[in-house]
Design a protein. Structure first.
Lengths: 504, 255, 255, 504
C-alpha cells in the first residue's frame, strides 16, 4: 500500500498510452467493389457523397472514404488503386498533377494525357470553383460594383487577401496588374477574412466561387470580365480499369456531368458547413433519393485513429511530466532558494511559443509524435511543479513537527505524511496540466503527430466549422474525461480522515 | 538532585537558554534527568515547560548553553536515533488526520519492520491499558473525542516501548475515572521497566503521585527542584508557597 | 431540575440523540438549562459532553429528538443570531493561525461595528482577568504556550459579553495558580451578570466550586443530575459512586 | 485593511496595464537628415547597416530604422518619405511593386519606371538572392549532383519545399515541368525544413541563395542551368529628392554597387543569424570601418513598444481573469455539484486551440488587442478557478467550524478566514495563469495585437534565431518578473502566523 499513491498517479495515463500504442491502426474491412475518396473540405466531401449515392441507385456497392487529405494524397491513392475515383478540379490537374500542360488546356487535352496514366476524367459537372473576389452585397450595390474592373474606380476600398493569394504570381500581383487596380492589399489569415469582411473591417477579399459563406454573409462575387482567373471546373477522376470492373459506376459518374451549377453547389456547401447538415442528407436531397444508412463509413474509424493518437500524445507526455515534475516540486519546496530557480525555469519553458519549441525539438527528435510529446511534456511541468511546491509548503507545521518528533526518516515522512496531506493541490496541478495538455496536443498535427489537431487545423485552413468541431468536440470530451478520471483518483486516494471536521 | 554531568543522566541541560526575540522561554536552566527516574515539571502557564521538553528532543535549539543526551551534546545528524529512543506526547496530540488510529500507531513500527499482526497486537494491549475501546482503532482522529485523542497520542508514544518518555500534559483531558486508573498503571510500568520519564502536569496530586522529584518553573527559570515535602516545608520563595496553596480540594462532606 | 419545556430555559434537549453510524454520542437525552444558572457537565471521556454542547449551537444536528433554544426549536436560518448570543470555547481552542491574538479577539466585534480602540480596551481588560500579559496580544497563536492559547480562546468567547457561555474544558491546560484565580473571578462574573453557563470539566473540585448542578454522563446518557451532595449521599448507581471515588487528593502532610 | 488582499491581487496587473495604455507610442525624435529602413530579416538589416556605415564614413547623419516590416510597408514608407532608402531585390520590384513590367526587365528599365514615382535605384550590389535548391554537400558529392538537372537521375530523392514554394506557379510546379523531375515533393514548414534536411529526413529543400544556413549546415546550392528562377539582384531604392538633399548619401549607396558577392553575403548572414554577432559589427567589418556607438537606433524604442503592448495584453486579461476566476472558484467550492460543471467548462475553454478561438472572437471584437485579450482571459481562467477551488476545499475543517461557531456571516468568513487561509494555492494558480498568459500572448501577433509575438512570429517565418530571441528573451524575462512580483505579493499577504510552527 506504500506507493499506492505514486503508482496510481503515474500508471493511469501510462496505461492509457500503452493501450493506445498496442492497438493496430484502422484495418481495411472487407473491400467493396468500388471505393470513392474525397479531400478534406466540404465541397469535395459532398461531391463524393453524390457520386456514392448516384452509384448506389444503380445498385453498385460503393464505399466512400471521406476527407482523406489533400490533393497529393488523393492523387497518389487513385494511382495506386487505393481508391477508384474522387472529385477534382481542372485547374488543379493542369497546375499540380500533370506536367507541361498549357494553362488553358481543355478537358479533352487533359483526358488524353490522363489516359496514359490509366486515369479517366468526366466532363465538367457544371460549375467552376476558382478564385474570385467578394464584397458585401449591400456595399457593392451602393457603389455600383459588379465586376473586378469596377474596383479601380474606388481606390479607398480596403482589400485583404489570404497569404497564399498575396504571394502567388497568379494571385494578387497579377490581378493588380491586369485590372490596373490602385489599391494596396494586406495579407490576412483566410479563416479570419470572412469575419473581418462581414464586420466591415475590410471591403473585399479573395474567396472560392462556391464558398458556403457567400450566401451566408450575403456577399457579391465580382465578375472576372478579363478572365484573369484560370478555370477550375469540377470533374471526377477515376481509374480506367473501372470501365471493365464496374462500367455501371462510370456511367453513374457521367450521368452527373453538367448537373450541378455554382448556385446549387454553394447552397449544398452552406447546408453542410453552416447549416450543420449531414453531407449524405444534402447529397441525397440533391439527387432526390433516400439517404439510407451506413453512409459515411470512414467517420468512426478515423475518429478512433485520432483518439488513439491523441491519447498517446497526452498519456505519454503527462506521465513523464508527473514523474519529473512532482520530484521537482518536492525539491523546490525543500530548498527554498534553489527551488525558486527551478520553478522560474519551468516557467520560462512555458513562455516559449509552441512553434518555436517545435523548431528546437526537430534536430533532437525528428518529425512526428516524439517532438510533440517532448514539447507537451515541457509544457506540463509548470502547473505540477508549482502546485506540488505550494501543496507541500501549505502543510500544517505542527504535523510536520509531529512526524519529525516520531523519528521518522525524511523519505518516510515524505511518502506517508507530506504527499498525502498535499494531495489535493498536487492533483489540482495535474488536472490543470492534463487539460492544457489535451488542448496543446492539437498543435501536434503541425509536425505530423496526428491527433484531434488534424481535423481542427484542416478545418481552420478550410474555414470549415464542422471539420473544426470534428476535432474540437472530442478534445473537449477528452478533457472532461481526464478531469473526471483524476477526480476519481482524488476521491480514491483522499483518506476519509481528511474529509472530516476535527472536533472536540 | 543537583545538576551535574553524571554519566547516568539520560538528558541534561547546562545553562540552557531558548529566547524568542526578547522572551526567554527557557532561561539559563541547568538540570539533569537521571536514567530510570520519573521527574515532574510543574509551573505557571507559559513558564517554559513545553519548550524545555522540545529542547531535549531537538525540536528547538538553545540560543545559549547546551543540551546533553547520554552525556554527549545533542547532534543534528543523530536526531533520528535519539528520537526513536524517546516516546514524546505533544501537548496538542499531533495525530495525523489522514491516518486511522491504527495507522497513526503503526507508522514508525511498520517502518522499522514490524508486521501488521504485531502492530495490531501491541495496539490492542495499549488500548486495554488506556481503556480505549478496540473498535476505535479503525477510526480517524477527527472521529474521536478530545480525551480519546489524548489517549491515542499516549499509546503512540508507548508503541515501541521506548526507554525514555517525554510527556507534555498527557492526561490533562481525561476524566477522573480513566485518569485515576491510568495513573496507577503508568506508574507501575515506569517503575517495573525502569523508564526515564519527564512529565509535565498541572495537577499537583498527579505530580506527587508519580514522583518525589518535582521541578517548579516560572518565567523560564527553575524555582525549586525537590520533593513535595521540600516544597511544603522549605519553599524556596514566596511563589512556591503560593503555587502550592492554589490547589483546590474537593469540598468537605458537609459544605 | 427535571427536564421541562419551561420558558425560562435558555437551552433544552428533548429526547435528543446524535448517532455517528452505530455510536450514539448523545443518546436520548432530555435536559434543560435554566437561564442565569451555571450547569456542569462531567463524565467519562467519550461520553458525549462535547457533542451535547455542539448540538446546542447547531454544529451538530440531532438524529432524533429536538434541541430548543429559548423554548423554540433551533433553526438553521437563525443560527447566526443564536451563535452571537453564545460564547463558545472549543475544547481545542480553534484560534485562527493567520490572525494575531488581538485579531482573533476582534474578529466578530469589528464586524459588528466596534472601533479598534474599543476592541483593544476590552481585550486588555480580559487579559487582566486571565492573567495574560498584554504584550501577548500582538502574538500569533503559534507563538503562545498551550495554556496561553486556552486563555485566548476563553477571552474570545467573553469579548461580546454574551448572555450564554458554553465552555468545553476551558481551564484544562492551566496551572493551579492561574486556574484558581480565574475560577474565583469567573464565578463572580457569572453570578453578578446572571450568565447562563454550561461548562464541561474533568475536575470535580472545579465542578463543585462553580455550581450546585452537576450532570454526570456516560456513553451518551445522563447518569445523574444534581448537586455534589446528591451524588455523595444518593448516587443513582454504582458508576456514580465509582466516579466520585476516583478523585485524587493531594497526599496528606506526612505521606 | 479588509479588502487589502483583493485590492492588491487585482490592482497590480491592472496598474501595469493602465500605465501601459497611457503611454504614447514611440515618439519621433529629432529627425536626422537621412533615414534608412530595412525589412525584418537578417540580410535586409545587414544591408541597411552597411549603407548607414558607408554614409557615416562620408560624414552624413543617418538613422537606421531596422526591421520595419515586409515589402509592402517599406515601399509605402519610402513613397511617403517616412524613410529615404532601403535595400530591395529586382525580382520583388518587378513582381510586386510595379505593374506591367516584363519579368526579364533589366535594372535600366526599372530605373525608368521608378523615376516616374520619384524613386531611384542603384545597380546590383553584386549578388542575386533568389530561390535555389539545396542539398547536403556530402550526399550531393556522392551522387555527383551539381545542378538541378542532375536531380532527374535520382528519382528516389526526398524533396520537401516550403508551402509558398509548393504553391507558386513559379515554384515547384514550374520547376518540375522545366527540369522534368520525376520526384513528388511534400510541403513543409520552412522553419523546420533546414533541420529536417540536416537530420537526413529529407534530401533537398528550397532556400534563398544567400541563406546563412547554407554554410552552417554544409549545403550545396544546385546550379540553375536553365535559368528557371528569376533574378533577385540586391539593390538600394532611394528617394530621388536625395540627389538634392544629400547627394553624398546617394554617392555612398552607389559606392557599394558590385561590392558584395553571394559568398560574402552568406557569410555575413551566418555571422549574425548563427554566430549571434551584432549586425553593426558585421557590417563594419565588411566595410573595414569602426562600428561606433548608437548604431541601431530603433532597437530599444521598438522593444519598448513590444513590451508595452505585451504588458497591456497580459495585464488586462490577467486582471479580468482574477476578477472572474476567483469568484468562480469560490462558487465551485461552495456548490460541489455545480462547481464540477463550472470547472469542467473552464477546462473545455482551455482545449480550444488558440487559432480556432481567434476565429470565434473576431465577429465579437474585430481585429487587434481586444480579441487577443478575450482569448487570453479565457485561457487564464482554469488554473485560477481550479486552485481557488482546491485551496478552499483544503482548509482545515475545524477552523471553518470555529468561524461558524463565532457567528460570523459567511461573507465575512470568506474574506477574513477562508481566502487568507487558501492564499497560497490561489496565488500559485494565479502565477501559473500569469506565466501561461505571457507565453500565449505571443500568439496575439497573429491577429494584430502586437507584443513580443511580433518578432517571434517573424523570426519563425524567416528562420531567424536572433529575431525569435528578440521576442522570446523579453517574454521569458517578463514571466520571471511576474512570478517574482506575485512571490512578493504572497510574502506581503501571508501573515507571519502562517509561517510559524504550531507548538504546545
Ligand atoms: N464524527 C464522528 N464519527 C464517529 N464517532 C464520533 C464522531 N464524533 C464523535 N464521535 C464519538 O462520539 C462519542 C462522544 O464524543 P464527545 O466528543 O462528545 O465526547 P466527550 O464527552 O466530549 O469526551 P472527552 O471528554 O474525551 O472530550 C465518542 O465516543 C466519539 O468517539
Ligand atoms: N515561537 C515563539 N515565539 C515567541 N514566543 C514564544 C514562542 N514559543 C513559545 N513562546 C513563549 O515562550 C514561553 C514558554 O512557552 P511554553 O510553551 O514552553 O510554556 P509552557 O510552560 O509549556 O506553558 P503551558 O503550561 O501554558 O503549556 C511562553 O511565554 C510563550 O509565549
Ligand atoms: Mg506547554
Ligand atoms: Mg470533549
Amino acid at each position: 500500500m506504500k506507493y499506492r499513491l505514486a503508482a496510481l498517479l503515474v500508471c493511469t495515463p501510462l496505461a492509457l498510452a500503452a493501450q493506445t500504442a498496442g492497438t493496430p491502426t484502422v484495418d481495411r474491412a472487407n473491400t467493396p467493389t468500388v471505393v470513392i475518396g474525397s479531400k478534406n473540405f466540404t465541397e469535395s466531401l459532398v461531391l463524393g457523397e453524390i457520386a456514392r449515392l448516384a452509384a448506389r441507385e444503380r445498385g453498385i456497392d460503393v464505399q466512400h472514404k471521406r476527407s482523406l487529405g489533400g490533393t497529393r494524397i488523393l492523387w497518389e491513392a487513385l494511382r495506386h488503386g487505393d481508391i477508384d475515383a474522387y472529385p477534382e478540379y481542372t485547374g488543379t490537374i493542369t497546375h499540380e498533377l500533370l506536367h507541361g500542360v498549357p494553362p488553358g488546356a481543355g478537358i479533352g487535352a487533359l483526358r488524353t494525357r490522363l489516359a496514359k496514366l490509366g486515369i479517366g476524367i468526366t466532363d465538367s459537372l457544371g460549375f467552376n470553383d476558382t478564385y474570385a473576389i467578394g464584397m458585401r452585397d449591400k456595399e457593392a450595390a451602393n457603389l455600383h460594383i459588379r465586376s473586378i474592373d469596377d474596383l479601380a474606380r474606388h481606390p479607398d476600398l480596403k482589400l485583404a487577401f489570404s497569404n497564399e493569394f498575396m504571394n502567388r504570381a497568379d494571385g494578387w500581383p497579377g490581378m493588380k496588374r491586369v485590372y490596373h487596380l490602385p489599391q494596396n492589399a494586406r495579407g490576412m489569415d483566410h479563416a479570419l477574412a470572412y469575419r473581418a469582411l462581414a464586420s466591415g473591417a475590410i471591403d473585399a477579399i479573395d474567396l472560392y466561387s462556391t464558398d458556403a459563406e457567400i450566401a451566408y454573409y450575403h456577399l457579391r462575387v465580382l465578375k472576372d470580365d478579363r478572365h484573369y482567373f484560370p478555370r477550375y471546373d469540377a470533374v471526377y477522376l477515376y481509374r480506367l480499369d473501372l470501365d471493365r470492373r464496374a462500367p455501371q459506376f462510370v456511367a453513374a459518374l457521367n450521368s452527373l456531368v453538367g448537373t450541378i451549377d455554382a448556385g446549387q453547389m454553394r447552397a449544398m456547401n452552406k447546408a453542410v458547413q453552416i447549416g450543420g447538415q449531414d453531407p449524405t442528407v444534402v447529397a441525397a436531397r440533391f439527387l432526390g433519393v433516400q439517404a439510407g444508412g451506413g453512409s459515411i463509413d470512414n467517420f468512426w474509424p478515423q475518429l478512433g485513429r485520432y483518439t488513439l493518437e491523441h491519447l498517446a500524445l497526452v498519456g505519454i507526455s503527462l506521465s513523464l511530466a508527473i514523474i519529473i515534475a512532482v520530484p521537482l516540486g518536492i525539491f523546490s519546496a525543500r530548498h527554498r532558494r534553489l527551488g525558486e530557480v527551478v520553478v522560474g525555469l519551468t516557467g520560462i519553458l512555458q513562455t516559449v511559443p509552441s512553434l518555436a519549441l517545435f523548431v528546437f525539438m526537430i534536430p533532437l527528435f525528428g518529425i512526428g509524435a516524439e517532438p510533440a510529446i517532448a514539447a507537451l511534456f515541457l509544457y506540463s511541468l509548470l502547473p505540477i511543479v508549482r502546485n506540488t511546491h505550494a501543496g507541500l509548503c501549505g502543510i500544517e507545521p505542527s504535523l510536520l513537527e509531529s512526524a519529525a518528533a516520531l523519528g521518522l526518516p525524511s523519505r518516510v515522512r515524505l511518502w506517508r505524511i507530506e504527499l498525502p496531506l498535499a494531495l489535493r493541490p498536487i492533483l489540482a496541478g495535474i488536472k490543470i496540466a492534463a487539460v492544457i495538455n489535451v488542448g496543446t496536443a492539437t498543435l501536434g498535427a503541425l509536425i505530423g503527430a496526428g491527433g484531434y489537431g488534424q481535423p481542427i487545423l484542416t478545418g481552420i485552413r478550410l474555414d470549415s466549422i464542422p471539420l473544426i468541431m470534428e476535432g474540437a468536440i472530442p478534445a473537449a470530451l477528452l478533457a472532461l474525461v481526464m478531469q473526471g478520471m483524476f477526480e476519481g483518483i482524488e476521491r480514491a486516494l483522499t483518506p476519509r480522515g481528511l474529509r472530516l471536521r476535527a472536533q472536540g | 538532585m543537583p545538576a551535574s554531568k553524571d554519566s547516568d543522566a539520560a538528558f541534561a541541560l547546562v545553562r540552557a537558554t531558548r529566547a524568542f526575540d526578547t522572551v526567554r522561554a527557557v532561561d539559563d536552566v541547568t538540570l539533569s534527568f537521571a536514567r530510570g527516574h520519573t521527574s515532574i515539571l510543574i509551573g505557571t502557564s507559559g513558564s517554559g515547560k513545553s519548550t524545555l521538553l522540545r529542547l531535549l528532543i531537538g525540536l528547538e535549539w538553545p540560543t545559549a548553553g547546551e543540551v546533553l543526551c547520554d552525556g554527549r551534546p545533542l547532534r543534528r545528524d543523530r536526531l533520528l536515533e535519539t528520537r526513536r529512543g524517546v516516546g514524546y506526547v505533544i501537548q496538542e496530540g499531533g495525530l495525523f488526520p489522514h491516518l486511522t488510529v491504527l495507522g497513526n500507531l503503526g507508522l514508525l513500527p511498520r517502518h522499522l519492520g514490524w508486521n501488521a499482526v504485531r502492530v495490531h497486537q501491541q495496539a490492542l494491549e495499549l488500548a486495554e491499558l488506556t481503556h480505549l475501546h478496540p473498535r476505535l482503532l479503525a477510526r480517524f482522529p477527527a472521529e474521536l473525542s478530545g480525551g480519546q485523542r489524548q489517549r491515542v497520542a499516549l499509546m503512540r508514544a508507548l508503541m515501541l516501548d521506548p526507554p525514555t518518555l517525554l510527556l507534555d500534559e498527557p492526561l490533562g483531558a481525561l476524566d477522573p475515572l480513566v485518569r485515576h486508573g491510568l495513573q496507577e498503571e503508568l506508574r507501575e510500568i515506569f517503575r517495573r521497566l525502569g523508564k526515564t520519564v519527564i512529565m509535565v502536569t498541572h495537577d499537583m496530586a498527579e505530580a506527587a503521585f508519580f514522583s518525589s522529584r518535582l521541578i517548579l518553573m516560572r518565567r523560564g527559570r527553575v524555582q525549586q527542584d525537590g520533593s513535595l515535602e521540600d516544597f511544603r516545608h522549605a519553599p524556596a520563595n514566596e511563589f512556591v508557597r503560593e503555587f502550592l496553596a492554589a490547589h483546590r480540594n474537593l469540598p468537605d462532606e458537609v459544605a
